[in-house]
Design a protein around this ligand. Structure first.
Ligand SMILES: *Cc1c(COP(=O)(O)O)cnc(C)c1O
Length: 484
């Protein structure tokens, strides 16, 4: 027999060591140091470079072997402080203007710590953390003016949220049988439509759903970067004539390249007339509804069948905090719910509390993403978050004017929302080098994209810490590096 403990042997002194510390006071002191350092990191972020390359000697330390034996927490922390912190991507820093990334907040960081202590699993069961996520689902429903009965949940990011939107649309088109029997002949005929400027996670979602990435038709954009609705109507008519089954239009609220917003009201009208599902990828742009000034730009989003967006971008919640909202809660549940004896919800006790979030997405075990979002929304209120979103659009207006006034700079796309694409002089190679040199200078970190065949320096203002002086520092550095 492997275990031979008898009842008579059981005393407190026969307890086996756990993973809790032997000396809580030592751990407490270490924990306070870590907390103070992290708060200082955020407070003093401007004193650091946005980004710096990882030296080879540091990189090599991440190739060390498996840690078989215990180490000192203080030593592990020192290694983190030395080898990880200085070489983070820098999206906390106000010079970070690349891609579309949120800056996080100290409040969100503290909430992450609290969530770590509870170690809650939000797959289901009857406990208060689930109520916190339910409250946010209801808040999101109100923010987007969805009816009662709409459902939603936290996921990693909009990539997964869009995937869930596509799967719900697939259930709407094929019925729940598709979950058991697969796509069949009918599934092979389904076609979806999205702007040619849609995020790459849209074709990926079609791919993952089994429909294939080619099942989404890229619809050309107009001069404003929005889906051309005449071309959309043509594509749908053409597919119907060919015996195919159009089922879904994905509108984008804030394209990743230029911040363009599709005409969501017109798409909603079209979908209603053509009996198509309407999903919105609003990864960052959806939260424009929080600013009374910007809200008209996303008019029509309240008519979507489902919305994907991220709290970790314009919402400034620390990574990761993606969200999907679905109008038809029953259809949402029918897309994912899977009975299992060991998960059967009960009327009372810890196993009560139906419905469970695990019935609304592919994850069973789920972390407490809701808590950092709950703290963020309650601490700042929707109004302050809306103001910070508005401010990032003002920065884009400022940069657009700055670029127009500077003969050496060319504006490649007008400022839409929070994104500006421009370049120095006329050479792709020179602009690519300017951006790399900017990153290595530690002053600012824009990204690049291609606009009308030209390589662009792309600035997206998402981080709430960015000020006009950061935009000025970036422009000055571009002019200096370009003329070097
Ligand atoms: C960021 C983004 C995504 C992907 O979201 P993740 O949270 O990174 O998964 C999808 N669509 C758009 C328009 C985005 O900006």
């Amino acid at each position: 027999m492997l275990y031979k403990t008898r009842m008579s042997d059981v005393t407190p002194s026969s307890d086996k060591p756990t993973l809790d510390p032997e000396n809580w006071e030592e751990l407490r002191a270490q924990g306070h140091r870590m907390l103070d350092d992290t708060l200082d990191y955020i407070k003093d972020i401007r004193e650091r470079p946005v980004w710096q390359p990882i030296p080879e000697a540091v990189r090599a330390q991440f190739r060390a072997g498996l840690p078989q034996e215990p180490g000192e927490l203080g030593a592990v922390y020192n290694e983190f402080a030395r080898n990880v912190v200085p070489y983070a991507a820098g999206n906390v820093h106000p010079g970070f203007m690349g891609w579309v990334q949120g800056g996080g907040t100290a409040v969100g960081m503290l909430a992450e710590m609290l969530a770590g202590g509870l170690n809650a699993n939000l797959g289901g069961r009857d406990h208060a953390p689930v109520e916190v996520e339910r409250q946010i689902v209801d808040w999101v429903r109100q923010i987007f003016e969805f009816p009662e009965g709409a459902t939603g949940l936290f996921v990693t990011g909009s990539s997964l949220a869009n995937f869930i939107g596509v799967l719900v649309a697939r259930t709407a088109a094929l019925g729940t049988d598709v979950r058991k029997s697969g796509l069949g002949a009918a599934g092979g005929k389904l076609r979806a439509y999205a702007s040619a400027a849609a995020h790459r996670c849209i074709p990926l979602a079609l791919d993952l759903s089994g429909l294939g990435s080619a099942a989404v038709r890229p619809i050309a954009t107009d001069t404003d970067g929005r889906m051309d609705l005449a071309k959309l109507a043509d594509a749908v008519a053409c597919d119907r004539a060919a015996g195919l089954t159009p089922f879904l239009v994905v509108g984008t609220a804030g394209t990743v390249d230029t911040g363009a917003i599709d005409d969501l009201s017109a798409i909603a009208d079209f979908c209603a007339a053509e009996n198509l599902r309407f999903h919105v990828d609003g990864a960052f742009g959806a939260l424009a509804v929080l600013s009374p000034k910007l809200k008209p730009l996303v008019k029509g989003i309240e008519r979507a069948d489902s919305i994907a967006f991220d709290f970790h971008k314009w919402g400034q919640v620390p990574y990761d905090a993606g969200f999907v909202l679905v109008r038809d809660g029953k259809l949402h549940r029918d897309t994912f719910a899977s009975p299992a004896a060991y998960l059967r919800p009960q009327a009372k006790g810890l196993a009560a509390g139906a419905p469970w979030f695990s019935d609304y997405g592919p994850d069973l075990s789920r972390g407490f993403r809701a808590l950092k979002t709950w703290f963020t929304l309650k601490t700042y209120g929707l109004r302050r978050i809306g103001q910070s979103i508005e401010h990032s659009c003002e920065l884009a207006q400022y940069l657009e004017a700055r670029v127009r006034a500077e003969p050496k700079l060319e504006l490649l796309a007008p400022a839409r929302l929070n994104i500006v694409c421009f370049r120095y002089g006329s050479s792709d190679a020179v602009n690519a080098k300017i951006v790399v040199d900017l990153h290595e200078s530690g002053i600012a970190a824009p990204s690049t994209t291609t606009v009308n065949g030209k390589l662009a320096i792309r600035c997206a203002f998402v981080n709430h810490r960015i000020q006009i002086r950061d935009v000025e520092a970036m422009v000055a550095a571009v002019l200096r590096l370009g003329s070097a």
